[in-house]
Design a protein around this ligand. Structure first.
Ligand code: ADE
Length: 879
């Protein structure tokens, strides 16, 4: 087995790629390989609580590092110099135990890091959050996986003081040497791919830690160096256990005709020092059915020093294109042992798109796992690790480079490893077949184990049974006297190791013990089991597969999207409105038309008598009643006819003063009609855009106007109507002023006219061959993940408020193109402060703008509910 491990490690080293799953070695705080002088701090309380005492599981001095001054400041830090560039994957912290005398620990902390000691960058997780969970007591250590990993030499831990009165810390860092030596790459920003049927695929570099300027990334590292390779089919959403991602997340991709270059992407790579480059490996997608291929050729230029010029002679390499196998793959580019500190490479397109997920560099002076990372290890099984340490001069071979004699043992090692792996895989398959047969007969109570097995086999990051598994940090606490001494740490959040907890954490997976993260069928969510906010996670990734049924109205309108279960129950009960004699509808004028029909203003003779006492009557115009009549075109498709009938059933269930009301229907003969209240002032967008804010000027000149109080009253009414819809688990999906109607007393009623009205066509973004989406009103998760929930309706409500307080004089994000709006949603996801928010309308009271901003919170749980919005808005009226 030792030999086997040795071979695996040798093979990994030979490939030269970092594997974040295995790169989890303690870096030497606990065992002293990191020297005292390399541990510094912004301050310390006393000599006995200096930074040199910040070592995990050690009890020297007064037991930990404690910063000076306890007033909340969050600018105290503990700094560790790792002596070389390091790939960091995990961090563990402890408080001051001091043989049970200590009381201090940090409940939360942030991380800053630097590659050169000058430029410091804040670490953010993949959701853009900077705060990490810290300790809960003085003795147990809590570890945090770094997603994304950090590539740095210096790390600063910044305890968040406002959460604890007194703070002390002990620390260990985990990772492995960053042999590539790459300190930054620059590239054109990744782009959006529009695909029929798959909405948008965002191919940006989501974790890039450098500058984003004029559509260029510069001075940082990101997804190309995070050790995570993209999938063969980039349209499938990767199930990351700890974070939510969208299809194509792992790739940085560009479209050939959009860069203004002659068919290439230019990237620059800067290294820590001069190196003799043997090869570069680029992990590329090759899904040619979607117009994606590996590059056809690449030319690289070399520069020895930063101030020197580029050498004239490039290294050029032509690839062999592959139209048969769509697998993503590493392309190895020989770099002919050229010496440089910087490289500039032009990758030429072979098709419409080029998509990279990782780039790594091999150089002759690359050092395989350095002795310093292995020294001092004394637990069994460590010999292999120490043995793999190669001499400093060992070259990392490239499979595509001409194998020389020095590489032969490594190649043999690789081959033997592959053979051994194959044997083990065959053995496992055979074994699994036997076990599965037994399990098939086992009762359902093994469900939890099933989840575990699925996770462990499908996720690339979860390791459930990798020995030696230490008592788990953070949550599975180790007592002060326990000895968690192990050299390679395979830690994962225990919450992910406990399937029950995991189910709560990952609703996508919880419903998918059945639907499976491995690509099983789509499980319809049970909307009765969760609140609309919670339901967020429970739907499938693409528009085609959301948990929402969308109904097309007669005028091409969309009836409110309702959860599948609700539609079902509605239709089953066969609720319908009363049949009105159609000859009593007297046509007055046409109000609008759409793909499948028209809306007319009609007089409805005898309607009050027909509806009877107690029924809510529309405003009367003399004897007759004015109504809006939606009529289905005679030549409408049977699908449109069905939808029309469903729309009637759903509308007949809705009974709220702020939702447009269905009064009666004419469905016993064609054309099918539905009769709704008539709203004299038309839609709210039109209404407001034709008005000014009330002032002496508007009064003097008889200019149509509205007061601030009118606007607030409108906002309250819309929140009230939405509160009602939300209480029924109805998701509107297109809340906007254009879908609200106004009567002559300024009562607002929510309707849904769909996307077919020409007047508002610019509010909708058309995805080729498929959805038409109101992107400027849509929450980031609706655009990126196709998730529509009450929480995304809340986002749209925020935009609707913004429209109201700008009197609909401007389209939301009017300065951004549709593509830029979609790119901006990527920024909302990343939440790194680069997202563009709608500005505060000058008319809008600050407290109201704060409310809007809350509607646009990245995390759905931070968004208000409609009940909350209603309660918050109501007091503003008549102020
Ligand atoms: N246009 C479409 N439906 C309408 C309604 N109910 N009232 C006024 N205008 C409309």
């Amino acid at each position: 087995m030792h030999l086997f491990l040795l071979l695996i490690l040798q093979a990994t080293a030979a490939i030269g790629q970092i594997d974040p799953v295995h790169c989890r070695f303690p870096l030497g705080m606990e065992d002293g390989r990191i020297k005292d002088e390399d541990i510094t701090a912004s301050s310390y309380w006393h000599n006995s609580t200096g930074p040199q005492f910040a070592r995990l599981n050690r009890e020297e001095g007064d037991g930990a590092w404690c910063p000076k001054g306890q007033e909340p400041s969050d600018n105290q830090y503990l700094q560790v110099d790792l002596g070389r560039l390091t790939f960091l994957t995990l961090i563990a912290t402890q408080g001051r135990y001091a043989r049970n005398l200590g009381k201090e620990f940090a409940r939360a902390y942030r991380l800053n890091y630097s590659r050169d000691g000058l430029l410091w960058r804040p670490w953010r997780n993949r959701q853009g959050n900077v705060v990490m969970e810290g300790n809960k007591n003085t003795y147990a250590f809590v570890s945090n996986d770094l997603h994304p990993p950090i590539i740095a030499r210096y790390v600063r831990l910044i305890p968040i003081t406002r959460l604890s009165t007194t703070i002390c810390m002990r620390v260990e860092l985990y990772g492995c040497p960053w042999e590539d030596g790459l300190i930054s790459y620059s590239a054109p920003e990744g782009q959006l791919m529009m695909l029929p049927g798959y909405s948008m695929v965002n191919l940006s570099d989501s974790t890039y830690d450098g500058a984003h300027k004029r559509r260029k990334l510069s001075g940082g590292l990101g997804q190309l160096t995070d050790g995570v390779i993209g999938q063969d089919n980039f349209l499938v959403t990767r199930q990351h256990p700890q974070f939510l991602v969208w299809p194509g997340y792992d790739y940085l991709g560009w479209r050939n005709d959009s860069l203004g270059t002659q068919g290439y992407v230019e990237m620059e790579f800067v290294f820590d020092r001069q190196r003799n480059f043997t090869s570069m490996k680029v992990h590329c997608n090759n899904m040619f059915s979607r117009g994606v291929k590996i590059f056809s050729s690449v030319s690289c230029w070399f520069k020895s020093r930063l101030i020197a010029g580029w050498e004239a002679e490039p290294v050029t390499f032509n690839t062999v294109l592959d139209d048969r196998n769509p697998s993503a793959r590493y392309v190895t580019v020989p770099l002919n042992r050229r010496t440089a500190k910087s490289l500039r490479c032009r990758f030429y397109f072979a098709d419409v798109w080029m998509m990279f997920s990782e780039i790594s560099f091999q150089s002759e002076d690359t050092i395989l796992p350095a002795p310093t990372f292995m020294a001092g290890t004394s637990t069994p099984g460590d010999e292999e690790l120490t043995m793999t340490t190669s001499p400093k001069t060992a070259a990392v071979p490239s499979p595509s480079a001409t194998p020389d004699e020095g590489n032969t043992p490594v190649l043999i090692g690789c081959l033997v490893t592959i053979i051994l792996l194959l044997v083990i895989i065959i053995f496992l398959i055979l074994w699994c077949q036997c076990v599965c047969k037994v399990l098939e007969k086992a009762p359902r109570r093994i469900l939890e184990e099933e989840v575990t097995v699925r996770l462990s086999s499908c996720s690339d990051t979860i390791i459930l049974q990798t020995p030696p598994v230490p008592p788990r940090s953070g949550h599975a606490h180790t007592g002060p006297n326990s000895d968690p001494h192990y050299e390679r740490v395979f830690l994962l959040d225990p919450q992910y190791q406990n399937p029950a907890v995991l189910r709560n954490k990952l609703p996508e997976l919880s419903q998918s013990a059945e639907a499976s993260a491995c690509g099983g069928g789509y499980a319809e969510p049970d909307v009765t089991q969760c609140t609309p906010h919670q339901c967020f996670h429970s739907s499938a990734p693409h528009y085609a597969e959301t948990d929402i049924v969308r109904l097309q109205g007669v005028t091409g309108s969309n009836m409110y999207a309702v959860p599948a279960l609700t539609v079902d129950s509605l239709t089953r009960k066969d609720i319908s409105a009363a049949e009105f004699p159609r000859q009593q509808l007297i046509f007055r004028e046409k109000l609008g038309e759409g793909q499948f029909g028209e809306v007319h203003l009609c007089e409805a003779e005898g309607l009050p008598e027909f509806l009877g006492e107690g029924s809510p009557l529309p405003d009367r115009d003399g004897r007759s009643v004015l109504v809006a009549v939606k009529q289905l075109r005679a030549d409408a498709t049977s699908q449109a006819r069905n939808d029309f009938l469903k729309e009637i059933k759903i509308m007949s269930r809705l009974d709220d003063p702020n939702i447009i009301r269905l009064l009666c229907v004419c469905v016993s003969s064609d054309p099918l009609c539905m009769v709704t209240e008539y709203m004299e002032n038309g839609d709210l967008n039109m209404f407001l855009s034709q008005r000014e804010m009330e002032s002496t000027l508007t009064h003097a000149n008889n200019i149509p106007s509205v007061s601030l109080s009118d606007l607030l009253h409108m906002a309250v009414q819309i929140s009230s109507g939405m509160k009602y819809l939300a209480s029924l688990n109805f998701v509107h999906r297109d809340l906007a002023t254009r879908n609200c109607l106004v009567d002559r007393r300024l009562t607002i009623k929510i309707a849904d006219f769909g996307m077919s009205r020409n007047l508002y066509s610019s509010d909708y973004y058309r995805i080729q061959g498929r959805a038409v989406l109101p992107i400027r009103w849509m929450a980031w998760e609706s655009i990126l993940l196709g998730k529509f929930t009450t929480a995304s309706d809340v986002w749209a409500f925020g935009v609707t408020l913004w429209e109201i307080f700008t009197l609909c004089k401007e389209q939301p994000y009017s300065l951004l193109s549709d593509e830029q709006v979609i790119e901006n949603t990527g920024e909302f996801f990343r939440n790194q402060g680069r997202q563009i928010f709608l500005y505060a309308p000058p008319l809008c009271p600050p407290s109201l703008f704060e409310l809007m901003m809350r509607c646009w919170s990245r995390n759905i749980t931070d968004r208000p509910t409609f009940e909350g919005l209603y309660q918050a808005l109501r007091p503003h009226v008549n102020q």
